[in-house]
Design a binder for this molecule. Structure first.
Ligand SMILES: [Zn+2]
Ligand SMILES: [Zn+2]
Length: 235
């Protein structure tokens, strides 16, 4: 009885529960995943042989990709759920650029499930990759922070905004390859006054070249972090 009343109240307060946030289909099995089976099947999981450091798909069975052999990265591991193409790409673009901030619930649910399935443990804090203040004011939100707060709430970990962006940068999408690494150099600083835990989950939306999470990781490690696991929706 009381359960039914609570469920009815929850339905009123959370009308989108059991609704696919992508296509608006409603079904009881959807619950708080916010995605229907059909839409989920359109997201292409990152699978096969992946670089143990950066999760780049590889044709041949080996531990590290060519780039991770050549360039030493400041993070310990970078994980991603999906390939950044097709429906996944369109949804991330909606999430970032077309005001669909609510998609953080759908992506966040997938990220938490992925972390549990992957068995990433002993994380002490969830840290979002910051965007420049001017961009956040214009957009109204930082998409990585929405994801990080969802993950921190659902895993019972603190979210610490430890990194700040000290200058705006040319959008990485307009640059090629190594120019992206130079573009991000020195773009971040530590936010003073917060404790830096030893093991951190660093959350970003997309992993492109890894230059952004690499620079954030450098700053975090210079200030006491020992292990950094990066997590992106896609790469
Ligand atoms: Zn759907
Ligand atoms: Zn790699």
């Amino acid at each position: 009885m009381i359960d039914n009343i609570l469920r009815d109240i929850a339905e009123i307060l959370l009308p989108e529960k059991n609704t696919c946030l992508v296509c608006s289909y409603k079904a009881p099995y959807i619950q708080k995943s916010y995605i229907c089976m059909y839409c989920e099947s359109l997201l292409s999981r990152l699978e096969g042989v992946l670089c143990v450091k950066c999760s780049k798909p590889m044709e041949h069975d080996s531990d590290l990709c060519g780039e991770c052999v050549k360039i030493e990265k400041a993070f310990d591991k970078s994980l991603a759920l999906f390939e950044y193409r097709d429906k996944t790409k369109a949804l991330i673009n909606d999430f970032k650029y077309h005001n669909k901030s609510y998609l953080y619930k759908m992506f966040g649910y997938q990220m938490v499930k992925f972390l549990k399935d992957t068995g990433v443990t002993n994380i002490k804090a969830v840290v979002p990759v910051p965007i420049h203040q001017s961009k956040e004011l214009k957009r109204g939100y930082n998409q990585s922070e929405l994801l990080a707060s969802y993950i921190s709430f659902n895993l019972g970990l603190p979210m610490l905004k430890l990194v700040k962006r000290n200058r705006d940068t040319t959008p990485q999408s307009r640059l090629e390859g190594y120019a992206r690494w130079n573009n991000m150099a020195g773009a971040f600083d530590i936010r003073e006054g917060l404790p830096v835990p030893d093991k951190i989950l660093l959350v970003d939306d997309i992993y492109t070249t890894g230059a952004t999470v690499n620079e954030c990781s450098k700053v975090l490690k210079q200030n006491g972090a020992e292990e950094i696991i990066c997590l992106a929706i896609a790469r």
